[in-house]
Every structure is written in structure tokens, then in C-alpha cells.
Design a protein around this ligand. Sequence first.
Ligand code: UD1
Length: 380
Amino acid sequence: MQTSRSKRKLILVAGARPNFMKIAPLMQALKNHQTIQPVLVHTGQHYDEQMSDLFFKQLEIPKPEINLEVGSASHAVQTARIMERFEQVCNEVKPGMVLVVGDVNSTVACTLVPAKLGVKTAHYEAGLRSRDKSMPEEINRIVTDSICDYFFTTSRDADENLILEGKKTEQIFRVGNLMIDTLLKWHDRLHDISLQLQPIQNGRVIDFSASYRDREFGVLTFHRPANVDDVQNLKSLLNALCNISRDVPLIFPIHPRTQASIQKHGLLSFVEEFQNLSLVKPTGYLEFIKMVKEAKFVITDSGGIQEETTVLGKPCLTVRPNTERPITILQGTNKLIQIQDIESEVADILAGRGKTGQVPPLWDGKSAGRIVDHLTKIVA
Ligand code: UD1
């Protein structure tokens, strides 16, 4: 029998909220693996209890062995800090491979370091392209994939993008969607979750079940710089949402970046006048999925939520000019819209004309197992 000393070391990197749902099933599938020893590194890109620790607890992710504690900063500073600290980790751990997920700054930073040290790298969620370099995530995706050795993909379009960029088919493994592994694992256990929505300021706590049972409502998430940092867009967005809330209640768990921008531009008191638009603190994963499952629709600018709504069969209005996840439009319930269309699109959904769709192939809850089967063969 092999001892842990002779196992091959695989560093897995998690940094920001959307990474945690992808890392959870992988860590579970690698538990007690015979030949691979997983080493979980948290970069600390997200650090608030509500943005990080809560996800580790709820999704039963083991405590990271190493936390780089980089915190928030400009993109350049954050990326540089991660690289500097991660290089030390790689030198000490001497991994046989580094696995990164998603498209955040931690993803690209933790690919550059091992690539230059001559350590093999693998990227889960590789090959997605929006072709819009004004989004930092697109730059992260392109750079990460340009230097990675192995690519785990969620859909055929991603494989095709990688092939067009010169990758070989032997480097690409279509494995399905890890985020859906997590969704399917938890979504039947949500009835026991008690959900108390915390107002962002002093207002009253809202008991979700008592307030929204048997009612139609929508869930909102916005955090993209183009929507929330640009004051004109932010104003138009909030205006549309306030108008919609006259017809249908809306729950808006608010990202720290969005809250900061609303406050900076003095828009909080305007929004708070609308009784049916509830601005609440970010919720945990289970609470969020519970809300989406019971909602009539979702309006978002997130990447992952486009996928989760597709699997839950909920109409999703994505307020962005493009998406790196076209399969959610071609096969799923997602629709790209502009801010000025939000009100008419919601009216359509309320009139029963919401988009329906199918679950894409391999989004079946078994992706982590497929990835680990490949890792068993490729980790050095
Ligand atoms: C990051 C990712 C984005 C992902 C999003 C999910 C990049 C380039 N962006 O964006 O792809 O969709 O995470 O949330 O990697 N902050 C806190 N507490 C935290 C973390 C952040 O208050 O725990 C605040 C800070 O003021 C920070 C701001 O949020 O400056 C933005 O955080 P940052 O990690 O830079 O980017 P996100 O907008 O979260």
C-alpha cells in the first residue's frame, strides 16, 4: 500500500466565491485517493465570512492547507501578490500538478507561477470565450489557457475554441460541469434550510418562507464593473428594478462591490423607498439556490448563475452584451438582454412566456469523478 509520502501531490487553487462550488466536489472525489494527495490553497481573494468561510462550511470543503491572504487590491497588485506568495508555496510543496478553476484573478496568477517553474497545470472550465476583452475574466481565460497543459471543459464550444487556438485533442477532456455536481448534491436537501434575509442596513430581517411562500418573485445579482461601477448604467439599472418591483417583489443579495458603488453614488435612499425591492446581505450557497429554485425568474450578470438557472429550468435574464457560456442560450433558459429591455422581458415572463430549455450533456452531477479519473493518469 502507498503511504501519503509517496503519493503524487496535486495543488488545487480556490480564490473567489464562484471557485468554491467547483472545488467542493473535486475535494470530495479526491478524499482518500490512493495515489494523489490533494493540497488545497486558498488565495484569499475573497475573505469575508459571507463570501468565503460560509461556503467552506456549507459545502463541507476541508480547511485549506495554505491561505495566501492576499485580500482586495487593483488587478495588477492582487495578481502580483498571489504570484509572489504562490511561488513560495510551489517551491515548498513541489506539486506534480497545479489545478485551477474558473476565470478569476487567482486562476491566472496560479497558472503563471507553475508554468514558469516547469510544473504541469490543468484548467477546469477551460475554453470558454466571450471575445470581449473589456471583461477582466476574458483576459484571465485567454492567458490561463494559453499556457496550461491540460484542459477540462464543460461543453463542445469550449473544445472547439481550444482547438482553434492550437491545442491538441489529447490535452482536452470534456467532463461536464462541476458547479452542477454541487447543485445536484444539495438541491433536494434545501427544504430544511431556514432562510433569514439580512437587510444591508438597519431594516428588519425578512423570514424568506413566511414572506415569499406561494408568491411570485425574482432574484437579482449584479457585480460586473460595467453594470455597477459606471454610474449611468447603475442608475438605469436601479430605475428599471425599482419599476419592476411595483409588479413583482425582487430579492437582491448584494455583492460588496455593488453595495459600495450604490453608497458611493448616494443611491441607497432612492432604492430603499421601494418596499418590494429587498436589498439584503450576500447569502450562503444553499440559501441562494433555495431562492432561485423557488423564484419565478433571475436577473443577473454572473457567469455561473447562467448555468445554475439552466439546470433548474428558471428563466434567466443576463444583463450583458455577450456570454462565454453560449450553451446556456442555445440549450438552456438564458437570454442576453440590455438594461433598457429588462422591464419588457420581465413582463413577458410574468405573462407566461419565460424561456424553457434542456440540461446540456454531461451536466449530470458526475463531473468530479470524470476529472479524477483523468487526473489519476496525468498528475506527475
Ligand atoms: C471577482 C471575480 C469575478 C467573479 C466575482 C464573484 C476577478 C477579476 N473577478 O470579482 O470574476 O465573478 O469575484 O464574486 O477575479 N470585497 C469584499 N469582501 C470580499 C471580497 C471582495 O468586501 O470578501 C470587495 C472589495 O471592496 C473588493 C471588491 O469587493 O475591492 C471586488 O472584489 P474582487 O475580488 O476584486 O472582485 P469581484 O468583483 O468580487
